[in-house]
Design a binder for this molecule. Structure first.
Ligand SMILES: Cc1cc2nc3c(=O)[nH]c(=O)nc-3n(C[C@H](O)[C@H](O)[C@H](O)COP(=O)(O)OP(=O)(O)OC[C@H]3O[C@@H](n4cnc5c(N)ncnc54)[C@H](O)[C@@H]3O)c2cc1C
Length: 435
């Protein structure tokens, strides 16, 4: 994998949630009630024994804590930073019902897993060789988790990744104030350190390698291709320079440099988590005015409220109930013409313009269903690959997980689904029947 350039625009960002030192971690860990049947553990898609690892931190056993986390979730380091804990584990902490701040589970998880990665603490070994080979398509969190678990079972694995680097959106998409690309790649190295994971980057399955070749050479295939390109707006001026898909733009400044010195005004279109991330990222990159145009109102945003609250503190300017109808300018965008909408999202007849030298479209990503839709037996639901509770598709030997199967959730869901699929693949290729 090629090294990341030293000069990357993402390096201006500080950690939004700075790490605990030893004393802070000990104090926080000792606040935990170590609930039996802990609700935080149920809320975690990877079901980490949260009370167990926090108790270990409280008793000074950081290595044991890291092991507990990584046993359930091999991407525990990135999840510690990027998980929306407010709506998952910490959101279920019993302290909430007593009006006491919930345990900072993410920061405690980070405390243990950062040390595991820095110290190279490896807790898992590859299993005895099974003689079976599995292909994983896509090199994001879903495939990485699946590959690691398959190695624990002793299967040979090959990850095919169309980009030059592994990590998927952890490397290319997640906001850098949560996780920088270099930290994501350090975690990839940690996962690969189990040994025996063959990596073929720059190889696009369906183009450079056919599904038939994979079927010929591998006992099973895991599809973890995530979502596709950013959706576009087919309105006048859409071809102007300065208009970008949000995820593509984030990738450009996470893994390289962008020059925004001439951008005084930016407009982000959308109201989901990617839109909110973009607003905060542009403010962090020094754009003086960042407006977010959303067709609904604040209460209807799909972006997390806790993230949006931070964006407002940082200076986000929302424009509610509006939709772009044209991008103005000659070759370069200079403004966004918007139609005002009523409470039913119907145009009111009023239009207005917002100055913008940069526009980011955060209105969704395409589904990659076409990639596999032609394979008999594989069913698609609105572009998502349909799987059963074990991650199996309708085509024998094919499994799927992560965004391409769940339609776009969180990193921790991709890890959980990749891990579950590994169990199912193992049982399938070893001929174990479900009891
Ligand atoms: C802007 C943004 C911010 C996000 N922020 C957060 C966050 O803060 N917290 C959080 O938990 N989640 C966040 N998410 C969601 C999270 O990143 C995803 O849920 C997660 O990365 C999904 O993992 P995956 O492995 O399914 O897919 P991906 O991470 O998308 O990885 C799929 C990989 O497959 C590769 N690929 C695609 N097609 C092929 C092919 N034909 N052949 C070979 N390789 C292929 C792609 O290049 C990619 O590397 C964010 C998502 C976005 C878009």
């Amino acid at each position: 994998m090629p090294h990341l350039p030293e000069q990357r625009s993402e390096t201006v960002f500080e950690d939004f949630k700075p790490p605990f030192d030893d004393q802070q971690a000990a104090i926080e860990a000792n606040r935990c009630l170590y609930c039996h049947d802990a609700p935080c553990q149920h809320a975690c898609p990877t079901h980490i024994d949260i009370a167990g690892f926090i108790r270990k931190i409280a008793t000074g056993n950081v290595r044991g804590a890291a092991r507990t986390i990584l046993d359930s979730n091999i991407l525990g380091m990135s999840c510690a930073r990027v998980c929306p804990v407010e709506v998952l584990c910490a959101g279920e902490c019993v302290h909430n019902v007593q009006d006491v701040p919930p345990i900072a589970i993410g920061k405690l998880q980070r405390y243990a897993t950062d040390q595991a990665l820095a110290g190279g603490w490896q807790f898992h070994e590859a299993g005895a060789p099974s003689g079976k080979k599995v292909a994983l398509v896509g090199g994001g969190p879903a495939s990485l988790a699946c590959a690691h678990r398959l190695r624990r079972y002793g299967h040979a694995v090959t990850i095919f990744e169309s980009r030059e680097r592994l990590g998927g959106l952890n490397t290319n998409g997640v906001a850098p104030y949560k996780l920088r690309a270099d930290a994501a790649l350090a975690e990839v190295d940690y996962v690969l350190a189990i040994g025996g994971i063959e990596v073929r980057t720059g190889v696009s399955v369906g183009k450079d390698v056919s599904w038939a070749e994979l079927e010929r050479d591998y006992a099973a295939i895991f599809i973890g291709v995530g979502l596709g390109a950013d959706s576009v707006m087919k309105i006048p001026g859409a071809q102007h320079a300065g208009i970008h898909g949000a995820v593509a733009f984030i990738e450009s400044f996470k893994t390289g440099s962008v020059d925004l010195s001439r951008v005084q005004h930016a407009v982000v279109v959308g109201g989901g988590n990617t839109a909110v991330d973009c607003v905060r990222e542009l403010i962090g990159l020094g754009v003086p005015s960042v407006q977010m145009v959303y067709r609904g109102e604040e209460a209807g945003m799909s972006g997390y409220a806790h993230e949006w609250d931070e964006a407002k503190i940082e200076g986000a300017q929302p424009v509610w109930r509006a939709v772009p109808v044209a991008f103005e300018g000659t070759n370069q965008v200079t403004a966004v013409r918007c139609a005002a909408l009523d409470a039913n999202k119907k145009p009111t007849g009023t239009e207005f313009t917002l100055p913008a030298e940069l526009v980011l479209l955060a209105i969704g990503q395409a589904r990659l269903g076409d990639l596999v839709g032609a394979l008999p037996g594989i069913q698609l639901d609105n572009g998502r690959v349909v799987v059963d509770e074990h991650g199996a598709t309708g085509r024998p030997g094919y499994f799927a997980g992560g965004d391409c199967a769940n339609g776009g959730k969180e990193v921790v869901n991709a890890v959980a689904e990749g891990t579950a699929a590994a169990h199912a693949i193992h049982q399938k290729i070893e001929g174990v029947t479900h009891g």
